[in-house]
Design a protein around this ligand. Structure first.
Ligand code: NAP
Length: 307
């Protein structure tokens, strides 16, 4: 007979690992299903995290490892697998998580699958993927030492990427579609202090050109219509995130792909909770993801007691 866990947590970013820590302390019989070989989620590709309390300036990879070590220390159980769909027998019923390598059952679920980078959808983006187009400066930046690169976007990730790349690239263009950045003010200050970064305001990327690899980025000014070609060898796209929720279509209510859930993590399906970047929320940060994990476990505990 299949083992029925009290709780299955899907995802092992800060929300999933936060939930795993709280679930262990609540002594719930819990399984964490993670698709990647290394836990941590998006935080792993963040060069430096300067807003997690108590750990100023910690490397994103190190923070991800610390979260996982903490969960391990408390005895959390992990299973590497890719979720295909979830079947729900209804209120108080068993929830079956159907994965590539097996099916896992639980009385309650926490969906903490996070989000992935959004694509821009311009000509050349697909063609030059891995040949100069990247979505991860900390992963690929080293290939562009002493080269000219462009970062597209104006949020935290775009500005963090531009700062990171400026350490190794001869020049970094930041292309932003408006005349002010969305990123945290402290990041903006660090960016503005860099001499080899040039911000091109009110500008959008039209296409990426080259012969086998990236050679030029065509941009246009949205106010004047003026076009220009930037000679760049790398284009880093940081235009936001898309929730990883397709496996839960029809299971829980969604809004623009995000799972509808409040701070308590409760979704439209009893016994199924959402935590972290995948849920509807105001602020998507590591600290709010970790907090979501704690809240979702508390809600799951109540559900399991009252069930
Ligand atoms: P984001 O905050 O949504 O910013 C996306 C940026 O891309 C915005 O500046 C947006 O422009 C621009 N953009 C979107 N679509 C575009 C398009 N089609 N063409 C051109 N530009 C486009 O996304 P993010 O920077 O990837 O960050 C994702 C989330 O992670 C955010 O909530 C962020 O705060 C969070 N984060 C947290 C930490 C941390 O906790 N330490 C670190 C990094 C990121 P507009 O400004 O005009 O909308």
């Amino acid at each position: 007979m299949t083992h029925v866990y009290d709780l299955i947590i899907i995802g092992s970013g800060p929300a999933g690992l936060g939930a795993a820590i709280y679930a262990q302390r609540a002594r719930l019989d819990t399984l964490v299903i993670e698709k990647a070989m290394v836990s941590g989620g998006q935080v792993l590709t963040t060069y430096e995290v300067d807003n997690y309390p108590g750990l100023p300036g910690i490397g994103g990879y190190d923070l991800g490892l610390k979260f996982r070590e903490h969960a391990d220390k408390l005895g959390a159980q992990f299973q590497e697998d890719q979720v295909l769909k979830v079947e729900d027998d209804g209120p108080d019923g068993t929830k079956r998580v159907v994965c590539v390598n097996g099916t896992y059952e639980a009385k309650a679920l926490i969906l903490a699958t996070g989000a992935v980078h959004r694509k821009l959808g311009i000509p050349g983006e697909e063609e030059f993927g891995g040949m100069g187009v990247s979505y991860c400066a900390t992963c690929d930046g080293a290939f562009f030492r002493n080269k000219v690169t462009a970062v597209i976007g104006g949020g935290d990730v775009a500005v963090e990427d531009a700062i990171f790349l400026a350490r190794m690239c001869s020049k970094v263009y930041l292309i932003h579609r408006r005349d002010s950045l969305r990123a945290a003010k402290s990041l903006q200050e660090s960016l503005m202090a860099l001499e080899n970064v040039e911000i091109l305001w009110d500008s959008v990327a039209d296409s990426i050109l080259g012969d086998g690899k990236v050679e030029r980025l065509v941009i246009s000014n949205v106010k004047t219509g003026e076009k220009q070609e930037l000679p760049v060898q790398g284009v880093f796209i940081a235009v936001g995130i898309t929730p990883e929720s397709s496996a839960f279509a029809g299971l829980v209510e969604m809004e623009n792909g995000y799972i509808k859930a409040g701070e308590d993590g409760k979704t439209s399906a009893p016994g199924i909770f959402a935590a972290g970047d995948v849920r509807t929320k105001q602020l998507r940060q590591i600290i709010t993801a970790a907090a979501d994990g704690a809240n979702a476990v508390t809600s799951a505990e109540r559900y399991l007691t009252e069930r």
